[in-house]
Write a protein that binds this ligand. Structure first.
Ligand code: IPT
Length: 1000
């Protein structure tokens, strides 16, 4: 069992490895708690400490397995770091690592060590969340398919389940243990299980034995950093004080839900208002921890798509809902997702389609143009320079701080610094509300702000963090209504950057330490006045002009930049890129689209970033005095430097010429992918479907033998059944129920004759068709061929419901005029089943279609003798065809050119067929036009070779009489092009086709 015990008499080595300007373990450090066997990561009721320094864990969720190009992981990590995060949280998907029981493989694109290294290099701590159960909208919620055959309820302490998890937890545990901060790695925390909270009678919730067992498994493998949990609702089932415990209690929150279809509408009562009170009750002595807070939304087949989620969960949502979490004192805070990525290769759950963009801050195509990315950058940077936040006490929200009941303020206070988190009383208000704020100050008593006339204004769906008694190096800000982006103290000056939205009025007061003031920019809109007790008051309006900025100098060398928020978006506090540094640098600059790193080297400054337009650079702090050389992505820039050290320059951007082959005009080859319906086809090597009882104990089978694909080891892509019988001449109608997960489809043939399809419906998992047979002659032999689209396994959210075990396959059938049990069945899925063939692309990438079993979706299939034929021409009758072609790309180097393959078909339209897209052997698209919504499939560089030859493969499954074709074919869609300093991208390994033994 796990106990947290008080830390005694430890000398805490203070290192640089924490948040810049972090407060050293102050008053509370002697009460720190530590988990056993290490004293590097400790905590108290307010925050975590690393090496004795308080740390705001501001974390981004990113699933490396959703971007199968390891050389791109650093790109995402740099973008996360550039936004000001200091931590990245990863789920680990058991299904991908132990698809065959006992055979744990975490190598190649699935290896975690390179990820941990990349995170450390980027200056990000890591929070691994290995499950065993993760949910995450992945197939089975991360549970491998073979768990469907493990008896009894899953996620319980049963011997069968615990034995099943042993190998995975010990193997993954060792990998995580090696990457812990205690061993020099980036891992500072780890999460046990996930949302372990719902159980059906008679299963206990919580089952302490189970919890203890999982914790023990991880501890046994050497994990010593503090453990956290993630409750979906704040029931407090597992806390630091329950019989089976966790070091730090945490809960998640998705307050705006997932109805992205009406993105303007926020749910009534969407604002959590009881969290502080609940957390005080449940977890009074651990830091307020939110291991998952909504960063976007998931989408199901047939829903409206991720751009709508990006609108619902936009920058306004971040302002109101994230700041509400800061109001309750969240200091371990992870946003799910910051980069969603792709459900390539069937890794998604039954409900989801290929994209997992999530409407997140970083788009599926790795771009950072969504305003929500910029907004979170403003928030994250604030915490880097506001250590008092971590020590502040929390209070309930109240109306007493303002003169307007439409405005609610939640204070967070230390003995000195105070924060006033100020929101609309009706949280989703779209009004612009004027108010005055009363702040408390140590030396000047209560002050009603603004003092120089006018009102503060809270515009639609916004929340502000106002401050008082806020230290800025040696300067003292008595109060500021404008929000702080960052500040730095240099040898010769102190720079503070604050911002406000267009149309707002702001006021700040600064203690006097030196001489006078000047308004250096924007004089006409700034009022500066000495207060009666001597301090300086600055008041200003913010216009709609993006470039609107005021700069005021006070106290000789204190420079205050007052920016329009849209201008603040262009500012960065980049890491230096010089080795591991979990904090930020002291460089503040304006640099447009993306600034990755800024490295000083004597009198030279090297900037690395991405631009999408000709971009002005302005370094307002941190450039070497007497700068001699400035480079951007290695190119020297002309620059000017003022005597205050400010550097200005311009990075030119030229849109490159991008030539892309016309996909419809390529030479396509075609092969039939349903040879099973030909008379000659021999399935004697297929697996016999002959189990009279199902090893899946969820429910008794309704068929004479089990026709559940999972019982025979097939869990992904598509599955095929063949039923052989000898006719008696009386057969008339086949009534058949298949099940494949949401929006699935199935088709049935008798010999070579198409009988019919279940084409699929939104939100429908299971379908019955009644199919008329042609007249059969007595004594003749026949075979049904049934193809079923496998959409992934259900998650296993509720213990005892065991939804993982909902089978895929033929659930029920009757053949009128014939004994049902007089049919002999064979089954086939991906070649090898759990003993899958393509160890490089993993266990889920290929399904059971003929060409997949043969590996023809891989580069350079043996197509020389195949016929010409393109998917645009398609099939004239029901069936499955495979089309393949090769093409070269020669994309200019030094640019990030995100390419997507787009079908020219109205989503959710009337065409009925199913398509899989393979790029160099990786399945990067499952397209179901009549269900939708996705018809555009981004293919990351590294899967696509931007500088060489590529193989494209398409399976086209025509489900209806008349066949199917890709009307309009397939075309490229190019997103925003940037010049990038990221560097070369290494291709993911893409083994070529080789003859496969046993493929038939
Ligand atoms: C929460 C899960 O923990 C996470 O894995 C993911 O599924 C997320 O939801 C939604 O994307 S579950 C919460 C919505 C109850």
């Amino acid at each position: 069992m796990l106990f947290s015990k008080p830390l005694q008499g430890l000398s805490l080595g203070l290192t640089l490895a924490t948040l810049a300007a972090g407060v050293h373990g102050n008053a509370r450090s002697t009460d720190n708690l530590q988990s056993r066997e290490q004293d590097i990561v400790t905590w108290d009721d307010h925050s975590l400490f690393v090496h004795g320094e308080r740390l705001m864990v501001f974390s981004a969720e990113f699933h490396p397995f959703r971007l199968p190009v390891p050389s791109l992981w650093p790109d995402i990590l740099q973008k996360i770091k550039a936004a000001g995060y200091n931590c990245v949280s990863i789920y680990i998907d058991w299904h991908l690592l132990e698809a065959k029981r006992g055979d744990f493989r975490a190598d190649g694109i699935f290896a975690l060590e390179p990820f941990f290294e990349a995170a450390k290099k980027a200056g990000l701590y890591v929070l691994p969340r290995p499950g065993p159960y993760i949910n995450a909208e992945v197939s089975g919620g991360g549970f491998p398919g073979w768990l469907t055959r493990v008896p009894g309820a899953l996620r319980t302490g049963s011997e069968a389940f615990m034995n099943a998890t042993d190998h995975y937890t010990s193997e993954i545990g060792k990998i995580i243990a090696d990457a812990q901060i205690t061993n020099g790695g980036p891992v500072i925390l780890f999460q046990v299980e996930n949302e372990y909270q719902h159980a059906l009678d008679p299963f206990p919730m919580p089952e302490y034995g189970y919890w203890e067992g999982v914790v023990e498994q991880y501890r046994r493998s050497g994990i010593v950093v503090p453990s956290i949990n993630n409750e979906a609702h704040m029931y407090g089932y597992i806390t630091a004080h329950t019989p089976a415990s966790v070091d730090i209690y945490g809960h998640d929150g998705y307050p705006l839900g997932f109805d992205c279809e009406n993105p303007q509408q926020w749910p009534e009562d969407g604002l959590p208002t009881d969290w502080l009170e609940k957390n005080n009750r449940i977890a009074p002595d651990t830091p307020y921890t939110i291991p998952e807070f909504q960063g976007g939304g998931f989408q199901h087949w047939g829903q409206s798509g991720f751009e709508d989620c990006a609108l619902l969960l936009n920058m306004e949502f971040e302002r109101v809902l994230y700041k509400n979490n800061y109001a309750v004192g969240a200091t371990i805070f992870n946003i799910y997702m910051t980069f969603g990525g792709t459900n390539w290769g069937n890794l998604g759950h039954a409900e989801g389609f290929t994209s997992y963009d999530y409407g997140a801050q970083i788009t599926e195509e790795r771009q950072v143009w969504r305003e929500k990315y910029s907004e979170v950058k403003l928030q994250a940077n604030f915490f880097h320079v506001s250590p008092a936040y971590l020590a502040a006490d929390r209070f309930n929200s109240s109306l007493q701080y303002t003169n307007n009941g439409d405005i609610t303020v939640t204070p967070a206070t230390t003995d000195t610094t105070k924060f006033y988190i100020t929101r609309h009383t009706q949280y989703d208000s779209v009004e612009s509300v004027p108010y005055r704020l009363t702040v408390k100050t140590t030396d000047h008593g209560d002050i009603e702000v603004p003092q120089l006339g006018g009102d503060l204004i809270l515009n639609r769906r916004d929340t502000k963090i106002h401050v008082s008694d806020y230290p800025v190096g040696d300067e003292h800000v008595i109060y500021s209504s404008a929000e702080v982006f960052t500040w730095k103290k240099y040898d010769d000056k102190t720079v503070l950057v604050v911002y406000g939205g267009p149309g707002e009025h702001h006021e700040m007061a600064v203690e006097n330490r030196g001489n006078g003031f000047n308004v250096l920019q924007g004089e006409q809109d700034v009022k500066v006045k000495k207060a009666d007790d001597g301090y300086t008051i600055i008041s200003w309006n913010i216009s709609d002009d993006v470039e609107d900025r005021k700069v005021v100098r006070v106290n000789d060398n204190f420079y205050i930049y007052m920016l329009n928020r849209n201008e603040a978006y262009n500012f960065w506090v980049p890491p230096t890129g010089a080795g591991t540094d979990y904090g930020t640098s002291d460089i503040i600059l304006k640099a447009g689209y993306l600034l990755r790193t800024a490295q000083r080297d004597g009198k030279t400054l090297h900037l690395v970033g991405d631009v999408n337009a000709t971009t002005p650079i302005e370094i307002i702090g941190g450039a070497p005095p007497k700068l001699e050389k400035l480079t951007f992505n290695g190119r020297p820039l002309h620059f000017q430097q003022t005597n205050l050290g400010v550097v200005t320059a311009t990075v030119d951007f030229k849109e490159p010429k991008i030539k892309l082959p016309n996909l419809n005009k390529l030479k396509w080859k075609k092969i039939d992918s349903l040879p099973e319906i030909s008379r000659k086809y021999d399935d004697s090597d297929w697996v016999d479907a002959d189990l009279e009882e199902s090893p899946n104990d969820s429910a008794p089978i309704l068929t004479p033998v089990s026709l559940r694909a999972g019982d025979y080891g097939f869990h992904t892509g598509s599955v095929l059944f063949r039923g052989h019988f000898t006719a008696n001449g009386k057969e008339s109608v086949l009534n058949i129920t298949t099940q494949g997960g949401q929006a699935f489809g199935s088709s049935v043939w008798l010999d070579s004759t198409f009988l019919g399809s279940w084409v699929g419906e939104v939100e429908v998992d299971i379908g019955t068709v009644v199919l008329e047979l042609p007249k059969l002659k007595k004594g003749t032999k026949h075979v049904f061929t049934v193809v079923i689209d496998h959409m992934g396994l259900h998650g296993n959210y509720v213990i005892g419901e065991d939804t993982l075990k909902i089978p895929r396959g033929i659930i029920e059938y009757t053949l009128a005029g014939h004994e049902d049990d007089d049919i002999t069945w064979k089954v086939q899925g991906n070649l090898g089943g759990e003993d899958y063939r393509d160890k490089t692309r993993g266990p889920l990438n290929e399904g059971g279609m003929y060409i997949e079993r043969q590996g023809y979706h891989q580069p350079y299939p043996p197509s020389r003798k195949w016929k010409r034929g393109s998917p645009e021409k398609g099939l004239s009758k029901p069936g499955i065809a495979f089309y393949t072609t090769t093409f070269n790309l020669d994309i200019p180097r030094g640019y990030d050119v995100p390419l997507a393959l787009e079908f020219d078909v109205a989503p959710r339209g009337s065409s009925v067929y199913r398509v899989q897209l393979f790029v160099n052997g990786y399945q990067f698209g499952k397209f179901v036009p009549h269900i939708g919504p996705q018809s555009r499939f981004p293919i990351p560089e590294g899967i696509l070779n931007h500088h060489g030859e590529n193989t494209l493969g398409i399976t086209l499954w025509a489900m209806e009489e008349g066949g199917a074709k890709l009307d309009g074919g397939l075309r490229w869609d190019v997103s925003m092009v940037t010049e990038t300093g990221f560097g070369e991208i290494e291709m993911a390994p893409a083994p070529e086709w080789e003859p496969r033994e046993g493929a038939h």
